[in-house]
Design a protein around this ligand. Structure first.
Ligand code: SAH
Length: 249
């Protein structure tokens, strides 16, 4: 009987995985991975058999059950099985279901954290998630409910929404219904952590403007204190840009 290591791969680019994650990958016999992860990660485990079990969004329950069963089966046959997930495994990663399946079958596991998309977006956009005095709390929310409905609230000074990229107009309306002023700062970052990341700044009321720019790319939407530009004197900050550009003073 083997054991499973859940590893957060980070938001995409292979060099954002942790050293601990990379070390475990080097010992893996099998790697069950999500669709979003960088193919360059394979170089960290050339010895392993790589199996793509990725799916998008919530996915049907049957699909998740098949992943759980596969995980159990592989762990019974091998010493070290890695379950590689995008970002951090604990953030919108269905980790609880996979842990429960292993627990039920008496299979041991550990979790190696990763850089979640919200953190990579904060880095790429040069917008710290917390701000002294006025940005004291951060919430990570999925805009999508299990039923596919869109939900948004105002529970923290900075809200980061995952899985909202295709519904920015609806998100804009929901945010205003929840009490966000139309001129509150928002920032959209797609493919955060990748060399071709795009950052754009908006207001809650005009969030829909971001749709075309980020179409077809994984994106997070940051709203509130953590979406405000730091150096308002440098207009370059607020223009859509590639992440490879540096933040000149
Ligand atoms: N466990 C992942 C989240 C999985 S849910 C994490 O911790 O980041 C998938 C959602 O994450 C996408 O719909 C998108 O909102 C966000 N996401 C994933 N990778 C991203 C990236 N590189 N840039 C921006 N958003 C990303």
């Amino acid at each position: 009987m083997g054991h499973v290591v859940f590893i957060g791969a980070g938001p995409g680019a292979a060099d954002l995985i942790t050293l601990r994650g990379a070390r475990h990958l080097g010992q893996a016999e099998v790697v069950l991975h999500d669709a979003l992860t960088d193919p360059a990660l394979r170089e960290l485990a050339p010895q392993a058999r790589w199996v793509n079990v990725g799916k998008r969004g919530f996915g049907p329950a049957a699909e998740q059950a098949a992943i759980n069963a596969r995980l159990v089966r592989e762990a019974r046959r091998h010493g070290c099985v890695v379950r590689l997930k995008g970002g951090d495994p604990s953030v919108f990663g269905r980790l609880e279901e996979e842990m429960a399946a292993l627990h039920e079958h008496g299979i041991g596991f550990e979790v190696v954290p990763g850089v979640t998309a919200a953190l990579a977006a904060a880095a790429d956009s040069a917008r710290p998630l917390t701000r002294r005095g006025r940005g004291r709390s951060v919430s990570l929310s999925t805009a999508m409910t299990r039923q596919g409905a869109l939900q948004a609230g105002r529970t923290a000074d900075t809200e980061v929404f995952y899985m909202a990229g295709r519904q920015l107009a609806a998100l804009s309306r929901r945010l205003q219904d929840a009490g966000w002023p139309a001129d509150a700062a928002t920032c959209v970052v797609s493919r955060a952590g990748w060399p071709d990341a795009i950052t754009s700044a908006h207001q809650v009321g005009s969030l829909a403007d971001a749709a075309v720019l980020h179409a077809g790319r994984p994106a997070v939407v940051t709203v509130g204190a953590g979406a405000e530009a730091i150096a308002s004197k440098t207009p370059a900050f607020d223009r859509p840009r590639a992440a490879t550009q540096t933040h000149a003073p």
